[in-house]
Design a binder for this molecule. Sequence first.
Ligand code: HEM
Length: 416
Amino acid sequence: MPNQPPAPMPPLFTWEFAADPYPAYAWLREHAPVHRTTLPSGVDAWLVTRYADARQALADSRLSKNPAHHSEQAHRTGRVGIPGERQADLMTHLLNIDPPDHTRLRRLVSKAFTPRRVAEFEPRVQRLTDRLIDTFAARGSADLIHEFAFPLPIYAICDLLGVPAEDQDDFRDWAGMMIRHGGGPRGGVARAVKKMRAYLLELIHRKRGGELGEDLISGLIRASDHGEHLTENEAAAMAFILLFAGFETTVNLIGNGVFALLNHPEQRARLQASVAAGETGLLTTAVEELLRYDGPVELATWRFATSPLSIGGVDIPVGDPVLVVLAAADRDPARFDQPDTMDLARRDNPHLGFGHGIHYCIGAPLARLEGQRALATLLTRLPDLRLAAEPGELRWRGGLIMRGLRELPVSFTPEK
Ligand code: HEM
């Protein structure tokens, strides 16, 4: 309407925003697509919300991942990065470094994530999925976050890394401490990270002194023993980032995904019928659409301007942090037809849920496998799965980077 003043900007980072950030992101995309704001931690950062700008920024080598490029003050006070990593010397991981170190370290782990290697992992992921559903199937109710979505990726990554079965419950506890304290007091996260680091260094020592297997940590040790440059700290940091990047994300893919399906009964019924008929086509596009529609990573991790650059016509000063809002870009009407509509059969779907450019998610094939097996198995074994709460009653975590539910109570006809 002419002469209508624009609606005021919806507040960011409130509880209402955490429950549904999409109206605020729509406002930003339209009125302030490259917007400087103060984050809850007190750090000032640019939010990039349009799809075209987001893709460009994710691939721009003038935006460094190394927090040393952050302008002085916030860097000194340790308010950027993953809580706990600074204290525990785990900084030299893929999401904090630039080429050439990034290229060298990424090459070392990329072998573990080829589609073929990950496909070999499928029977294990299926067994794990069934084993977890076994623990609550006879009860008729469950909290799908705590009893299913949370343990599944932890055990999967432990298997991948080569953490012995008897130690995997320790990882479950440490990961629990990290997720519980996410966005809250840093002390608990730092303690969990410290324990994880000590354990990983010890495991690297133990494996080096004994038999090496086919697991990823053995692969890293072999690589460093065969002249590839890899320090023990780098190996521990690598194991840590795989856990950190691979678990809460996958928890939220499953949690957000099941929640979205339960809120769209017609599409859920179509997917259920397709899975029951043994088809995989709709399941594959469904997981991509769930990543686009309500993906686990709301904002890509930090980037810092190392030389003056402009994004969407806005000049970004050197040293300023830039946060690419994947959740906003993936609802951009300039790129996606009917972006606020969930369409499990969507074909034209180049979503940014796994990022873009040289830091594109290395674990994407594993995440897709886990997401597909988790959804297909839940819908098959618990066909009348339903929410055991009003959608509006559910609490979202409200962290900065990740988007996910605190709990997902469901009920269903108990399995005999
Ligand atoms: C990077 C998303 C699962 C390991 C990323 C990035 C995104 C992402 C958006 C890029 C971040 C940036 O550019 O700042 C996701 C989502 C997942 C998932 C949505 C689940 C649905 C996993 C899994 C693993 C993993 C299962 C490994 C076990 C990594 C690693 C990086 C990364 C190591 C850093 C890559 C690099 O910097 O070169 N992920 N991820 N992710 N992801 Fe994932």
